[in-house]
Design a protein around this ligand. Structure first.
Ligand code: 3H9
Length: 721
């Protein structure tokens, strides 16, 4: 029902008159982000409606699957462009004509802030509303910190902003974020019907800035104080959460206009913080790794039935991940007893959900009904995908794959969950290496987000595409890796763990190293982690690698001495730390210190002291250097693949973006200078990666390899972040 009087807008904004209602549709795929053109168009639309006496109300909707996914994240860090989003929101709120938002799908960040600036809000059942800016190192900066508490109270507003969680339409109604929940999927139709009702009722313009949820000052102050106390404890070095609390405090203390000024100041502080840069890098990197050259070129094979070989911790975790995604799983074990243990390992996970009230007994039964088990490989004859998770030994894996080759139908994808082994060799145990791929899950496999998709020499493109499609249905974060010992993550871990071992033998205690790495932002230090995972795993790997180890290479034997005593970590009650009576947190062990002292004597080391900063510099330099090697050898497609791997599989702090992003922030020349300085003591271990050297010589950074089409020249900063 276009009329001649419709304002001429831009392609991202469609305005249509429906009698006296101006329907404004934001059409900026993929998520209708509020880029500069959309912001300009919205101002024009509101101005046009204001001027036109025939328009009584404006309805804002989004085209496609979402209302608005937020501000355009790609604009952060670039010079700001007028109009600013908070001004657009203010203009909407100030309109003398009724403005209504009908939201569906993602209604996030600036998208929700815009809806809150409208005078009335309707949500369709598909709506997911939230203020997730905290995940990007930001705060809601388009009035969200001022309007939300006025509308729903400081405590609830803070909970939403500090968690960044999405709420559905029903909860949004209960919280008072929206006025009504509509039906169906057509936001324009539902919205138009409601606006007509509002107009018929003579509903007044109603501005959220005037809403009264902050009226009870004492109660509101109590909610803010409580949120500040918890945030101070939980934020672990994150910058924006306390700024969010400050902004809400301003909402309570100041008139709306002054509060908006304060919100802007705090928003800009967050925007300028390195954490914002790190978190935005992580956001885009996580989306980039979900694609691979093969996903663009080939179609995934259909996966309806899956087999898992092995019912141990890993196999059971993988089975749970598959069951959670709604797939039927057939588990293979070598005998009935092992199969019963495998089933019990799976059932344990669901039983604990039932015990915690997260799952009903009936739902648990329904999930387990999709599990079947067998001791005969022939049960896998009709599986579309089989994931092998047996003992980490080449001969064992080869035997499993020979069996799979015998029983599986043509076109079945045959995957190995090996963490280190040569997948080309495993593939060679079959007559169909094109169907073989690595799917490296991380323990616990049903929880950890990372999935390394390891592409072997002969893996077919559609098998790779199938693995990526599987990752999506399992809600994993996939990273494409090439074949080498340890792929991306474990190969790097082996190197930076050695750097830590050198520091330990040279004088630092495991406690100091763990503390330094935690202070850097890791949730757990390397020795605490080793104790948690079990030191026997690393020991087995070191023994396997012993024959190929360079005899001139420095080899710290402390961990081996502990393993020889059976001190494998938490599961044996002691490792690098003591865990009396099943304790989850370790206490320092004088006997471990005695082992370390003895090893120092044996190695002829005179212990020296280290600052925490030096420990971190060595750990990170080793990590970045090996990350550069991994990219150089094309084991990782780009530096951002290394970043996503280390963030999602190894606890690297996400707010630093990943080790390669961190290296760019510190400046690659600084990292290289550190490596060259450390090489004075141990030139074999500290060999600068050829890629790192080349980038420094050309004045480039790792980011330039993430988007080779836009080579960036980096002016390195001096200080370590
Ligand atoms: C903000 O609003 C600040 C304000 O408070 C103040 C300002 C002054 N911008 O995730 P997907 C791209 S901060 C630009 O795969 P899904 C994404 O990169 C913002 N691009 O889809 C990808 O591109 P590509 C607060 C964006 O369906 C494509 O869209 N908002 C944005 O699984 C598809 O993304 C948020 O933090 C954006 N805002 O999930 C929400 N969002 O195809 C962030 C997405 O080239 N976004 N893209 O790889 C999300 O959480 C999810 O993307 C969403 C869709 C749930 C919307």
């Amino acid at each position: 029902m276009n009329s001649a009087a419709d304002p001429q807008l831009i392609p991202q904004l469609i305005a249509q008159r429906h009698d006296d209602i101006l329907l404004v549709t934001i059409n900026n795929p993929p998520v209708n982000a509020l880029g500069v053109d959309v912001r300009r168009g919205l101002l024009d639309a509101i101005d046009a409606a204001e001027r036109d006496p025939a328009v009584a109300a404006v309805l804002l909707v989004g085209a496609g699957r979402n209302f608005i996914g937020g501000a355009d994240i790609r604009e952060f860090g670039l010079p700001p462009q007028e109009p600013r989003l908070p001004d657009v929101c203010d203009r909407i709120e100030a309109s003398s004509k009724l403005v209504v938002a009908a939201v569906h799908g993602a209604t996030l960040g600036g998208g929700l802030e815009m809806a809150l600036a409208a005078h009335y809000r309707l949500a369709l059942p598909s709506a997911k509303l939230g203020l997730p800016e905290v995940h990007l190192g930001l705060l809601p900066g388009a009035g969200g910190t001022q309007r939300t508490p006025r509308l729903i109270g400081a405590g609830t507003a803070l909970e939403l902003m500090l968690s960044g969680r999405h709420v559905d339409a029903a909860e949004a109604l209960a919280l008072g974020l929206v006025d009504r929940v509509g039906t169906g999927e057509d936001a324009a139709a539902a919205g138009l019907a409601w606006v007509r009702e509002l107009l018929a009722e003579g509903a007044p313009v109603r501005r959220t800035r005037d809403a009264g949820a902050l009226a009870d000052r004492a109660a509101q102050q109590g909610a803010i104080d409580a949120a500040r106390a918890t945030t101070a404890k939980k934020a672990r070095g994150l910058f924006s959460p306390l700024k969010i609390v400050d902004a809400v405090q301003a909402a309570l203390d100041l008139p709306f206009e002054a509060g908006m000024v304060r919100e802007r100041e705090l928003f800009v502080e967050c925007l300028d913080s390195p954490q914002r840069a790190g978190l935005v890098h992580a956001f885009f990197a996580e989306r980039e790794t979900a694609k691979s050259p093969e996903t663009a070129a080939a179609r995934p094979r259909p996966i309806a039935k899956v087999g898992v070989v092995g019912g141990g911790t890993m196999g059971a975790g993988i089975a749970v991940a598959l069951l959670d995604a709604g797939l039927p799983v057939t588990m293979i074990e070598r005998d009935d007893a092992a199969l019963a243990r495998g089933r019990a390992n799976v059932a344990k996970v669901y039983d604990s959900h039932v015990a915690k009230g997260r799952l009903t007994a009936a739902a648990c039964e329904a999930v387990l009904a999709r599990w079947s088990g067998s001791t005969a490989y022939d049960a896998l004859a009709d599986a579309d995908l089989v994931i092998e998770a047996v003992f980490e030994e080449m001969a064992v894996k080869e035997a499993v794959f020979a069996e799979l080759d015998r029983v599986c139908k043509r076109g079945a994808v045959l995957a190995t969950n090996t963490s280190y082994l040569d997948i080309d060799r495993i593939a060679a145990a079959t007559s169909r290496p094109q169907d073989v791929i690595g799917l490296h899950f991380f323990s616990p496999a049903n929880i950890m987000k990372l999935l390394e998709i390891v592409v072997a020499a002969k893996t077919a493109p559609d098998v790779v595409a199938t693995a990526f499609a599987l990752a999506r249905s399992l809600r994993k974060t996939p990273v494409r890796a090439g074949v080498c010992d340890g792929f991306i993550g474990n190969r790097m871990l082996a190197v930076y763990r050695q750097a830590a071992d050198h520091v330990m033998e040279d004088g630092a205690s495991p406690q100091q190293i763990d503390r330094a790495i935690r202070a850097f932002g890791y949730p757990i230090g390397p020795y605490e982690m080793a104790d948690l995972a079990g030191n026997d795993i690393g020991w087995a790997t070191r023994k396997r690698r012993a024959p190929t180890r360079d005899p001139r290479a420095r080899y710290v034997q402390i961990a081996d001495r502990l393993c020889e005593r059976g001190w494998f970590g938490q599961k044996t009650g002691r490792g690098f730390y003591l865990y009396p009576d099943g304790a989850r947190t370790g206490t320092p062990d004088p006997e471990v210190q005695a082992v370390i002292d003895a090893e120092r004597v044996r190695a002829g080391v005179t212990p020296r002291s280290f600052t925490d900063e030096e420990i971190v510099r060595r750990y990170l330099a080793a990590m970045v250097n090996e990350g550069a090697n991994v990219v150089h050898e094309k084991i990782a497609l780009r530096p951002l693949d290394v970043d996503v791997t280390l963030v999602h599989g190894y606890g690297f702090p996400r707010h630093l973006g990943g080790p390669m992003k961190y290296a760019d922030t510190v400046g690659l020349p600084n990292i290289l200078a550190d490596i060259r300085a450390f090489a004075q003591e141990d030139p074999l271990f500290w060999r600068p990666s050829p890629l790192l050297v080349e980038l420094v010589e050309r004045g480039h950074d790792f980011e330039s390899l993430n988007h080779p089409e836009t080579q960036t020249i980096k002016q390195p900063e001096n200080a370590h972040a």
